[in-house]
Design a protein around this ligand. Structure first.
Ligand SMILES: Cc1cc2nc3c(=O)[nH]c(=O)nc-3n(C[C@H](O)[C@H](O)[C@H](O)COP(=O)(O)OP(=O)(O)OC[C@H]3O[C@@H](n4cnc5c(N)ncnc54)[C@H](O)[C@@H]3O)c2cc1C
Length: 375
């Protein structure tokens, strides 16, 4: 089949790879004019995806992670309040993105192509793009256009994502920016600090070039904070160019006001071992945490994957692996020639919805247990 994918981030590229492995002709349309770079932080390693790729003859060494051995809670004075053994395999968004790109056939991704509309015709689907590129035809379309999915809104008018009541300030900072003694307690641990309506966490992820060598890695930190004041949210989501963003402000785009707020809050509210990470971060970024759930994960010849299908709360650490599972399961469902692809997609959608249900429930429960979000 000829399969079009709208969105060339983790979910879109994972689908492109698994569907190419199973013999389909796949074209990815990504609205960004150039490959995406350095957008994300840490992600939990995608075990099912690795298995799938290895079964199809790909080497997946690049997706390897920095293992963390302990989960340690510290209080505002920096004292350890809880310390449990826990092996968590963290990788980075960049490492996963880069290795997905490297495994795809050259030219598989068409940058600068924003899918603006889609219509069913006698041969399948016709995709139209914003800003000029000629229309394209496909047998099916995969919507991998993220949490604010335009395709989900088109397929299910009235369905919208909803703000969960808290934001995540985030950042990446080189391990080499600190004296070893100042960060010794953070190395290869996941460190968390919780106070009322706030949760800070940090762990090491690979260097931008994928290196796992001690001294070259990066700390990924996230600081969740309840935010219910509409004017503060509005101000944080307004970037330094004065543009109001929907749900996130990218690295380097935070306004001077937001940066000052972040630095002041970190100084006042975090133990020094953690506030030093925030202070040394060149380009912090921000995401408003929101929930999105498509009424169905397929409609006709269109399937929804990744955050476009449903956006999981980040505490489940599973958004990326869910996207990879979407990709692996979709390729398996479409591996055999089918009489009726609409039925195949509908069956896949029902099974996927059932599979992600526990994660959909777990996210808000975890948030609530941390005092995060609207009650
Ligand atoms: C604070 C936070 C922390 C997180 N932590 C983790 C973690 O620890 N572990 C983990 O596994 N996951 C984590 N996630 C989730 C993870 O980032 C995503 O679930 C995962 O990357 C899947 O994203 P996606 O590809 O579906 O969407 P996105 O990455 O949002 O990509 C959508 C793509 O579609 C493109 N696009 C949009 N509209 C169009 C259009 N009309 N036409 C063409 N292209 C379009 C966009 O440019 C973009 O490239 C976290 C998320 C947040 C917010």
């Amino acid at each position: 089949m000829k399969i079009a994918i709208a969105g060339g981030s983790i979910a879109g590229l994972a689908c492109a790879l698994t569907l190419t492995c199973t013999g389909h002709e796949v074209l990815v349309y990504e609205r960004s004019a150039a490959p995406l770079r350095g957008r994300g932080g840490g992600v939990v390693v995608l075990r099912r995806m690795l298995r799938f790729l290895e079964e199809h003859g790909h080497r997946t060494r690049e997706m390897l992670s920095v293992p963390t051995h302990r989960r340690r809670w510290i209080d505002i004075d920096g004292h350890v309040t809880r310390d449990d053994p826990e092996l968590l395999p963290f990788s980075s968004w960049d490492a996963v993105y880069r290795s997905l790109c490297s495994m795809l056939p050259p030219g598989a991704v068409h940058y600068g192509h924003t899918v603006a509309s889609v219509a069913e015709d006698a041969d399948g689907l016709e995709l139209r793009f914003a800003d000029g590129p000629p229309p394209a035809h496909a047998d099916i379309l995969i919507a991998a256009d993220g949490t604010g999915s335009r395709l989900r809104a088109m397929l299910f008018p009235g369905n919208a994502s909803s703000y969960a009541g808290y934001i995540a300030w985030r950042g990446l900072v080189n391990e080499s920016a600190f004296k070893r003694a100042d960060i010794a307690d953070l190395i290869e641990n996941m460190t968390l600090c919780r106070s009322q309506a706030e949760l800070f966490m940090t762990f090491l992820i690979p260097a931008l070039d994928g290196s796992l060598e001690p001294g070259t890695r990066r700390f990924n930190w996230l600081w969740y904070r309840n935010e219910s004041d509409a004017s503060s949210i509005n101000s944080f989501l307004t970037g330094r160019d004065g543009q109001r963003h929907n749900v996130s402000v990218a690295p380097g785009e935070l306004s001077a006001q937001s940066l000052a707020h972040l630095h002041r809050a970190a100084h006042d509210r975090l133990p020094r071992i953690l506030s030093q990470l925030v202070a040394a971060t060149d380009a912090p970024f921000l995401q408003a945490i929101s929930d999105a759930l498509s009424p169905s994960f397929a409609k006709g010849r269109i399937a929804l994957v990744g955050d476009a299908a449903c956006t999981l709360r980040p505490h489940t650490g599973s958004g990326t692996s869910k996207a990879a599972d979407d990709a692996a399961s979709l390729a398996q469902a479409l591996a055999e020639p089918a009489q009726n692809v609409v039925h195949v997609l509908a069956d896949w959608a029902t099974a996927r919805r059932a599979a992600v249900e526990p994660l959909l429930l777990k996210g808000p429960q975890l948030a609530q247990s941390f005092g995060l979000g609207s009650p």
